[in-house]
Write a protein that binds this ligand. Sequence first.
Ligand SMILES: [Zn+2]
Length: 254
Amino acid sequence: MPVLIDTHAHLDEIKDLDIALVDARAHGVETIIAVGQDLDSNRRVLEITREYPGYVYAALGLHPWLLGNLEMKQVQENIDFISSHIGQAVALGEVGLDYDKRVLKSAPKPKQQEVLTSLLKIAADENKPVSLHSRYAWKDCLQIVMEQKIKNVVFHWYTGLSSTLSQLLEAGYFISATPAAEYHDEHQRAIREAPTSQLMLETDCPVYYGRENRYRSLPSDVLRSLKAAATLKSIDEERLAEITTANARLYFGI
Ligand SMILES: [Zn+2]
């Protein structure tokens, strides 16, 4: 059975986490990176890493979707919390930009960019990799991480343009494949275009996937990401698991 790492999971949002993690292990998932998205979520993520030591590792972040609900004072509280607890985490994330119209209505571009820049300074100072959300903001995301001289960035669930993809790959950054690799055109194209040496696997669970048959994902669904990516890359599943797991180990230092 392939040994897998789910490099981007919202474990704090999963009910019956014990059962989900037993199931994940049974499917060969040997490590999970739990990403946080605000103060409560980051606190819970750190708790989960203490409950599953050596199995779950934390990333601390502030999701662009949540900025609209926060005053700048609260944003600063989030940044301070991340800054003072980043030593307990293997990465910064989930952070990023989201230029979807609904998000921009409550969190305009300048606010998102300012917050991301402050968060990236923590990653730069502490030399931590970044799990980056970049929906409809791929170019600006790339520009900001390069300006901030961040060495390790994974553009999670990348669905952006080929031209930005080739630039981010040239900069040495990664993308990660979700179960949407089974059916989503842009995501499939990105996975085809990225070399396996710059590819990781994830679920973004508990996100809903599927077109006709919608299902709520769990960490064990990283197996779907593997199978779909292996088909797209015309490579043996076992071999792709080895490569992506080695990539994730090196990248997150675990
Ligand atoms: Zn996510």
